[in-house]
Design a protein around this ligand. Structure first.
Ligand SMILES: *Cc1c(COP(=O)(O)O)cnc(C)c1O
Length: 224
């Protein structure tokens, strides 16, 4: 099936409040253009250099999301244009994003990545690290970043119960962050709106568990 047909099918299954990030990593520019011509405007990449190359070649009304693990020394390359950084998992990285955003006279939206899987390989903060990041002096002084929500990845498994448990856990952390006495909310007076969870294999379950943003690659563009 074509990319446009895949997109149409996926869109027809998404509730209104769920945003689709088309994950185009490793795919060539003509594939992205096909999705663009089918109306897609949000693309997710996991390597900064690849995202920069594609940003240079593609129409400028595309929103670029960085969904991969970010190396601090590469933040500067995407700071002029990135719309949302999903995988923020340390204060040090946030400090660098804040610094580069200031240089570009921007406020950059970020999601904090939370560790919910049982695998060792997944990045992210645990609840304690999240709380200490949000209450740190350094964080409270940052003016050029905005935490708009959380992101997480479930364990790579066929066990639906386990995936559901992990998504539900992330949703509960998200609800707590949005709660009236959450430190972050008290400090900024904004309510985080975005819960980025769900990929090709598990996005329907993620939505059932409260996801507001799904990151879908292979179901749109084919296998990698
Ligand atoms: C690659 C990737 C996706 C998309 O995965 P698919 O299974 O192809 O939909 C989603 N999120 C992250 C963080 C990724 O690296």
């Amino acid at each position: 099936m074509s990319i446009a047909a895949n997109l149409q099918i996926i869109r027809s299954t998404l509730p209104e409040h769920v945003t689709l990030v088309a994950v185009s990593k490793t795919k060539p520019v003509p594939d992205l253009m096909e999705a663009y011509n089918a109306g897609q405007r949000i693309f997710g990449e996991n390597k900064i250099q690849e995202m920069v190359d594609k940003w240079e070649q593609l129409p400028k009304d595309i929103e670029w999301h960085m969904i991969g693990h970010v190396q601090t020394n590469k933040v500067k390359y995407m700071a002029p244009f990135v719309s949302l950084i999903h995988g923020v998992d340390s204060l040090k990285l946030l400090e660098e994003i804040n610094k580069q955003a200031l240089k570009n006279n921007r406020v950059i939206d970020c999601l904090l990545q939370i560790y919910i899987a049982e695998e060792e390989s997944k990045f992210g903060l645990d609840e304690e690290e999240l709380a200490s990041l949000l209450s740190s002096d350094s964080f409270l002084k940052m003016k050029n970043i905005r935490i708009v929500g959380l992101m997480g990845m479930a364990t790579f498994t066929d066990n639906q119960n386990q995936i559901k448990k992990e998504f539900t856990h992330l949703k509960s952390i998200f609800d707590e962050l949005r709660g009236t006495d959450a430190i972050y909310r008290v400090s900024t007076n904004t309510i985080p709106q975005t819960l980025s969870m769900g990929m090709s294999g598990d996005y329907q379950l993620a939505i059932a568990c409260g996801s507001t943003m799904v990151r879908i690659g292979s179901s749109i563009f084919g296998g990698r």
